[in-house]
Design a binder for this molecule. Structure first.
Ligand code: PMV
Length: 346
C-alpha cells in the first residue's frame, strides 16, 4: 500500500567518466560502454515531499532550488516524469514538492544533471519501496540507475561507488545498457584518487550534450569511436586493477581528447574547449614530465578540466594548481573532489 503522504531525502554524487559515453540510441541507451569514478563532494541533495491528491489526470509538482521556487526546471522534470511513468505508475496520484541543493556553485559549469537526476530518481523509488518491503537492495540500485538514466544518461553511473560501468561490455559481467553496475576491481591507489576540477568557463554551454549526442548519428567517425571506447574500456579494466598509472594516464587523456575530437568533426562542428583549457593541458604535461608526477586530465562536455592524481601527490599537485593553473580559471575557482562511495539516503 502506497503511503498517503510523507517525505524522503537522498544525496547523490556527480561522477567523472574515464571512458566516455557520447552517442545514444532508443530511449537513452548508450552506443558504447562507459566507466566512471563516482565523486564524493560534488553532489545534489534532494528532499521529496509527497501527498496524495484527488485527481490523477496530470503530473503535479513544484521545484525549489536552494529554497527558491524555480520554474525553469519544470519542463525538464515533466519530461522525466513522462519517461519514467510506465516504471513508476503512481506518479500522477501525488503532488510532489521537490527541494534540491547542489554542493557546488550555480553556473559553475559543473553539470548537475548526473547528481540531480540520480537524487530525484532515488527519492521516487524510495517512495515505491515504502510500499514494497520485499524490494532487495540489488533491485533498488538497478532500478534507481535505470530511472536516473532516463533523466540523463550519465546519471545512471551516480547511484553506486566507487567505479561504475554503464553499457553492455563483454568483459563486465552483468553489464547492461539499461543501468549502471558497480565494478569491483579497483586497486587501492584509485580508491582515494583525487579529482580537482578547474572552473575554466562558467557560462552556458553553446551546445548541449543532448544535441552533441544526436550529432553522433551520421557522424563520419562514429563507428570507429564506439569501437575505440569499448576497446579502451577493455584495456582500462586490468589497469584499474593493477594500479598501472602510466597506462591509466594514456587511456584517460586519449578518451578526453577523443570526446572533443568528435565534437570538432561533427556536422555542424563545434568546440567546447576554451583557450585556457589548452593552456592547462599543456601545463599538466610539462609538470608531469618535470616532476615525474602522475597527474593527468580529463574533460567532460565543457571547458572545465578535471585534474586526476593519486592522493600521495596531493600537496605538490595543489601547489602546482595554485601557482600555475588558477590563473586560467574563472575567478580563480576550483573544486577539490575525490573518489566516493555513491548515493546515501538521509
Ligand atoms: O549524461 P549526458 O547526456 O549529459 O552526457 C554526458 C556525457 C559526457 O559527460 C560528456 C561523458 C560521460 O560519459 O559522462
Amino acid at each position: 500500500q502506497l503511503p498517503k503522504e510523507g517525505r524522503v531525502a537522498w544525496e547523490s554524487p556527480s561522477n567523472i567518466a574515464l571512458v566516455k559515453y557520447w552517442g545514444k540510441y532508443g530511449e537513452q541507451l548508450p552506443k558504447n560502454a562507459s566507466i566512471s569514478f563516482t565523486l564524493s563532494h560534488c553532489k545534489t541533495t534532494t528532499q521529496l515531499s509527497f501527498e496524495k491528491k484527488d485527481t490523477i489526470e496530470n503530473f503535479s509538482f513544484e521545484i525549489y532550488l536552494d529554497g527558491k521556487r524555480t520554474e525553469s526546471f519544470e519542463p525538464k522534470i515533466k519530461k522525466f516524469f513522462e519517461r519514467v511513468e510506465v516504471y513508476l505508475p503512481f506518479l500522477k496520484q501525488y503532488h510532489f514538492k521537490i527541494e534540491t541543493q547542489n554542493s557546488f556553485p550555480h553556473s559553475s559549469g559543473i553539470a548537475s544533471s548526473a547528481s540531480g537526476m540520480s537524487a530525484l530518481a532515488l527519492c521516487l523509488l524510495q517512495l515505491e519501496r515504502q510500499a514494497d518491503s520485499a524490494m532487495t537492495e540489488e533491485f533498488f540500485n538497478k532500478k534507481a540507475s535505470f530511472l536516473a538514466r532516463l533523466g540523463s544518461g550519465s546519471a545512471a553511473r551516480s547511484i553506486q561507488g566507487n567505479l561504475v560501468v554503464w553499457g553492455k561490455h563483454k568483459s563486465v559481467k552483468n553489464s547492461s545498457n539499461l543501468y549502471g553496475v558497480a565494478y569491483d576491481g579497483l586497486h587501492d591507489i584509485f580508491k582515494e584518487y583525487q579529482d580537482t576540477i578547474l572552473l575554466v568557463d562558467r557560462g552556458e554551454k553553446q551546445v548541449s550534450s543532448t544535441v552533441g549526442h544526436d550529432l553522433m548519428h551520421n557522424h563520419p567517425f562514429a563507428d570507429q569511436r564506439f569501437k575505440q571506447a569499448n576497446e579502451n574500456l577493455e584495456k582500462l579494466l586490468p589497469v584499474l586493477a593493477s594500479g598501472n598509472l602510466e597506462e591509466f594516464i594514456h587511456i584517460v587523456e586519449q578518451e578526453a581528447l577523443s570526446l572533443h575530437a568528435m565534437m570538432m568533426t561533427s556536422h555542424p562542428y563545434f568546440i567546447l574547449m576554451k583557450p585556457n583549457t589548452l593552456q592547462i593541458i599543456n601545463k599538466i604535461w610539462e609538470f608531469r614530465k618535470s616532476h615525474n608526477s602522475k597527474v593527468c586530465f580529463t574533460l567532460d562536455a565543457g571547458a572545465n578540466v578535471h585534474v586526476l592524481y593519486p592522493k600521495k601527490e596531493k600537496e605538490q599537485v595543489l601547489d602546482f594548481i595554485k601557482n600555475q593553473l588558477v590563473v586560467y580559471c574563472q575567478k580563480a575557482m576550483y573544486l577539490c573532489d575525490e573518489v566516493g562511495s555513491g548515493a546515501k539516503s538521509i
